[in-house]
Design a protein around this ligand. Structure first.
Ligand SMILES: [Zn+2]
Length: 367
């Protein structure tokens, strides 16, 4: 039986100063919370969060996140939260502390509140944690029973973060519509194992349309540290629309190629969304999208400063051996590339990577 499934966070709150509302938003969910945050997020937000929780009678203990979303850290935070009698988890910061907090709450069967301080990925809204080893090597996807109970997005905080985070989030969100559309045409399953809905498909499209219309304006505003209406729209696209879009419509070539690139160490210091942006170009070439469509994406990448070439994601010496390594990894069994509406071979991926790089280089006036 072909069931459609859509999943989403229970509540999404976004706006300038939203962090000051955390007490009133959390008091219906928990009486005592563990607040986990990295060093800089903790320094920037602890006082404000404590004051807001205090005012609503929510007790809180604060604990520094050690920097990696791995089993030892999940177990450590869980032990602290259980020991202190917490019945809710609040995680503040970027993708790794968010994924850790979601995993801790899942294992404790308590609500989780996500407070992103950057808009670099679509981690905040999803029922998925990416688990690494303590050394930082990808370990596994941890599929959670529930999406976050509350996602609280303070746009004045995000607008003051370095602009590269917002741009990277746009790179991740750039893939959402194309992957959703490919999955739909392939009748491929989404992350919770169902088929996409008209709702999720249209949210994925809206994500793309917002990027095309407001992406550059948002980048310019965040370079000045301000949250204009364009910034509000792009943060929503990066966080909520891309989150629901990828999870409830599915992933395909763009993310599979990203995962393939992780086989090359020189790409490791580039952000997820930066590699996904180049993966999106490969996706479009592989799928034989129209020249007009590809040009629109290249224009966008050029205007906001997303990578269009292999060199821009660290592969300055793209030998055939390296590209074959990526192409072979991209096509391993179980990879998202098999959600494309046609069978994909490593040779096709190899050719599409080189073809996408050539388009990007031509755009930049390189040979
Ligand atoms: Zn992604």
């Amino acid at each position: 039986m072909a069931m459609k499934v859509l999943i989403a966070p229970s509540r999404y709150v976004q706006g300038p100063g939203a962090m000051g509302e955390i007490g009133s938003q959390v008091k219906g969910l928990a009486k005592k919370v563990l607040v986990a945050a990295g060093k800089s997020a903790m320094a920037a937000t602890k006082e404000l969060i404590k004051k807001s929780l205090d005012a609503e009678g929510v007790e809180a203990i604060f604990e520094l996140f050690n920097g990696e979303c791995c089993d030892p850290e999940i177990n450590r935070l869980k032990a602290i939260a259980v020991g202190a009698g917490c019945n809710g988890i609040v995680c503040v910061g970027g993708g790794k502390v968010i994924d850790t907090g979601k995993a801790v709450a899942e294992q404790m069967h308590v609500p989780v509140v996500i407070v992103p301080t950057i808009a670099a990925t679509d981690a905040p809204c999803s029922a998925l944690s990416v688990i690494y080893t303590a050394e930082g090597v990808f370990d596994r996807y941890y599929i959670l029973a529930q999406n976050p109970n509350l996602v609280l997005v303070d746009t004045s905080v995000i607008a003051k973060a370095p602009v590269r985070f917002l741009i990277s989030g746009m790179g991740d969100a750039l893939a959402t519509w194309f992957e959703a559309d490919s999955c739909f045409r392939a009748s491929a399953k989404n992350i919770p194992g169902g088929y996409t809905t008209a709702s999720a498909l249209n949210l994925a499209r809206l994500c793309y349309d917002i990027l095309m219309e407001y992406g550059e304006f948002a980048k310019l505003a965040v370079e000045k540290g301000v949250a204009t209406p364009a910034v509000e729209k792009v943060i929503e696209a990066n966080t909520l629309l891309s989150g629901i879009g990828f999870e409830s419509s599915g992933l395909a070539a763009a993310h599979a190629v990203h995962d393939g690139f992780t086989a090359l160490p020189e790409t490791h210091h580039f952000f997820h969304g930066e590699k996904v942006a180049f993966g999106t170009l490969v996706h479009l070439v592989l799928e034989d999208r129209s020249t007009e469509q590809i040009e629109e994406v290249l224009d966008f990448c050029e205007r906001v400063g997303l990578p269009m070439t292999l060199a821009q994601i660290g592969i300055t010496d793209p030998t055939p051996e390296k590209i074959w390594t990526v192409a072979n990894k991209t096509c391993e069994p179980g990879m998202m590339i098999h959600n494309m509406p046609f069978p994909v071979t490593p040779q096709m991926v190899y050719d599409a990577i080189i073809g996408a790089d050539a388009l990007g280089r031509a755009r930049l006036g390189q040979k």
